[in-house]
Design a protein around this ligand. Sequence first.
Ligand SMILES: *Cc1c(COP(=O)(O)O)cnc(C)c1O
Length: 378
Amino acid sequence: MRRDALPTTVPFLDLRGAVGAHKAQMMAAFERVLDSGWYVMGRELQCFEAAWASYCGASHAVGVANGLDALILALEAVGVQPGDEVIVPANTYIATWLAVSHLGAVPVPVEPDPATCNIDVTRIERAITPRTRALLPVHLYGQAADLVPIIDIACRHGLAVVEDAAQAHGACYRGERIGAHGDAVAWSFYPGKNLGALGDGGAVTTHRDDVADRIRVARNYGSRVKYHNEVMGRNSRLDELQAALLMARLPALDSENAARAAIAERYLDELDGLGRHGLTLPLVPAYASPVWHLFVVRHPQRNKLAQALAERGVGTVIHYPVPPHLQPAYAHLGLKAGALPFSERLHEQVLSLPIGPAQTPLQTEFVIDALRSVLPTL
Ligand SMILES: *Cc1c(COP(=O)(O)O)cnc(C)c1O
């Protein structure tokens, strides 16, 4: 669509538009990889790993197959073992919990701070037991969790900190990019993330040489030298093509994040008066500079609001409709409805508005106008 065309609908995310902006660079990357005759564990991966580590201010980046594997490999590398407990946010995408479970460890949920939706740091210490091995905060929706108190608690109790940064490429905490605060930071390059491949991809960044080394070996069959296997590793590699495509998109990450921030600013300014109609806007604490992977509002009549917006042509998504502890996958934990009330209320009320690097100012205005006319009628 032309940037000045009047919209009649606004998609939740225009992924084709976001990716299409990089078509020339991505086609060049594709051709380079195609012609190289080398498709797994080569120069493209090395090049992207160096660039991503440097972007994050980390000593190392290790490319892996996806975000879930990044979390699993990071937890394993900091020493999480079967039977250990890992403290996770109650309010997150289920991948955070699954990574813990796939290692035979137990996710121990902690309620969110209702203001930020991220883990409530004042509730973490109560959840620590002699079996706790690690804290796994999530920088949800693209906004950093409060890392200083989290790392402080970890230090006092001798725990590791692994961060789930799958939604927060380029986000800052107290003015510094996330990616090297905790012992290991897990990234996803799923297509819809702020930095996305054309398929699955992931990485772990870290300031620890030993953690990076363990993951480098574990992602490739436990092998440092071909056909010599030190540990029972996995096959979880970021292939050359995805690494090259990510490298083609990386230079634009900051400007794309700025485009998201401009949309978020408008939403925050222009929807400010709608609190009297039950709308709660996201809160940005002083320590955080979010990258707005999602712009999540809350409303007591969330489903009605989503329906009314859909009728006006505005696409929205619920992140997430069912909290991990109420999924059939986690029935065995025995956490019934009411066990984590803050998280459950969030899941009933959250709604993600359209946002993305290809969204035009007129589209943003269209969303704002739709909210202004729909909210008083609910
Ligand atoms: C996307 C996501 C993941 C998983 O990433 P995949 O690459 O899809 O495996 C993990 N945690 C969070 C918070 C995510 O949003």
